[in-house]
Design a protein around this ligand. Structure first.
Ligand SMILES: [Zn+2]
Length: 439
């Protein structure tokens, strides 16, 4: 089971290496991959026995880590635009209730394809029927952290108890080489204390990770406060939910005390600025304060129902702009920090700082080759490449993408699957879901 490592060693020769190593070096050199890992990063890699890729004219960039999405919603792009979260969820929950594992898989293939073509090699997902997503990930050769959504038993449309379903899903996939299964409580608005603590306990006895939505809107915060007397993050700390394997998406509406609590417990934060802006959440996640407090901040696109793109390039751009404008500070969250959020910090948030997020010897060989002759990368100067990645590069500039050193995109085409077939499957799934959609 799973993506085989490249049979032969791979050498990418003479590329501009955007290493994202501790010195954030941008250097001209080679990459050599053996057994799915980098064994050489820098000048003059040994070429013996290797398949060679000419890197001249390309920048090699670590694969992006999308820290929050719902990839199987790719067929719901445009289905609930231009409404705020409550109205959005109203439509989405009703569509979700009619989904099948087969249409989730068909849709996930389209979403994973979009991510790979955009240079994203790892993503953190939250949905149900995650076996369908896992099969799509496996077929296309991506790397994924797949969270099975759990809700209180009286609020779910899942068959069986969501926590039991999550546990069974984790058991089925936990030994896969590129898929890490986990449990994902949807949010405090559908998960009471028992569900939250059940999810935490399940995480602790399995893969250590638990993913949830947190304090995305004022309405969520105020309703939870009215119900429990505590704001969501304060309440979660009080019940003992937070830990270093906790990854919270959004975290927009927080008090100073809540920021301190998230920092103290080293909680991961998936910042999703496009989704927050489009759903008019009205605030901007305090990612500078969260990181200063000790939280680990990554970047997520959320789903294409609320973004409406899975492009991490676009997400870096938006994240930078919104922080600068909101804080009246053009120097805050600079280009290098934006690229960090999309690579090394995303890896750290997933507990994979030792194996993902940068071009360094010993790490998994997940990377993209960007065409330096693409209009959005002119001038292709080494001192400007990080700026271009954060602010101007388009997915069309990405020529090739590798996961574990195995090509998954070559010449801007999927190397592991046929897009025409994927698209036909996604359109067929969309036809059924859209034909009698709720208004
Ligand atoms: Zn979400």
């Amino acid at each position: 089971m799973g993506a085989p490592a490249a049979a032969r060693p791979l050498v990418v020769r003479d590329a501009l290496l955007v290493t994202q190593d501790p010195g954030r070096r941008v250097v001209r050199g080679d990459l050599r991959v053996e057994g799915g890992r980098f064994v050489h990063v820098g000048p003059s890699a040994p070429r013996d026995g290797a398949e060679e890729v000419d890197g001249r004219g390309f920048a090699a960039v670590p694969g992006f880590v999308n820290a929050h999405t719902h990839v199987a919603m790719s067929v719901l792009r445009g289905i609930a635009d231009d409404r705020e979260l409550a109205g959005f969820l109203d439509v989405l929950f009703r569509v979700d209730a009619r989904r099948t594992e087969a249409d989730v898989e068909a849709a996930a293939r389209a979403g994973v394809a979009e991510m790979l073509l955009g240079g994203t090699t790892s993503f953190l997902d939250l949905y149900y029927f995650e076996d369908g997503v896992a099969r799509a990930v496996q077929a296309l050769g991506a790397r994924a952290f797949l969270g099975w959504a759990v809700l209180d038993a009286d609020k779910t449309t899942q068959k069986g108890l969501p926590l039991d379903n999550a546990a069974a899903f984790i058991d089925r996939w936990r030994h896969h080489p590129t898929i890490t299964p986990l449990v994902a409580p949807q949010g405090v608005y559908v998960c009471g204390r028992e569900t939250m603590l059940g999810a935490k306990a399940l995480a602790e006895r399995t893969t250590g990770l638990v993913h949830l939505h947190l304090s995305e809107t004022r309405r969520e915060v105020h309703e939870h406060e009215a119900r429990t007397g505590r704001r969501p993050a304060a309440w979660l700390e009080e019940i003992g939910f937070f830990g270093p394997g906790t990854i919270a998406a959004h975290a927009v509406w927080l008090t100073g005390a809540e920021i301190a609590a998230l920092g103290k417990h080293r909680v991961g934060i998936a910042h999703c600025p496009s989704s927050n802006l489009k759903l008019a959440s009205g605030g901007v996640a305090p990612i500078v304060e969260l990181a200063d407090a000790g939280a680990v901040v990554g970047l997520g696109t959320d789903s294409v129902a609320s973004n409406n793109s899975l492009s991490m390039l676009r997400e870096m751009h938006v994240a930078g702009l919104v922080q600068k404008n909101q804080r009246w500070d053009a120097g805050v969250v600079p280009a290098q920090r934006l690229l960090d959020l999309a690579t090394v910090e995303g890896a750290r948030l997933l507990g994979r700082a030792d194996s993902l997020g940068s071009l360094e010897v010993g790490k998994r060989a997940d990377f993209s080759l960007f065409r330096l002759d693409h209009p959005t990368l002119v001038p292709a100067r080494p001192e400007a490449i990080v700026s271009h990645l954060a602010y101007s590069a388009e997915p069309e500039a990405i020529d090739s993408v590798f996961v574990d050193g195995r090509p998954v995109v070559r010449g801007r085409r999927l190397a592991t699957a046929d897009w025409t077939t994927i698209r036909a499957g996604a359109e067929a799934a969309a036809e059924r879901l859209w034909s009698d959609r709720p208004s």
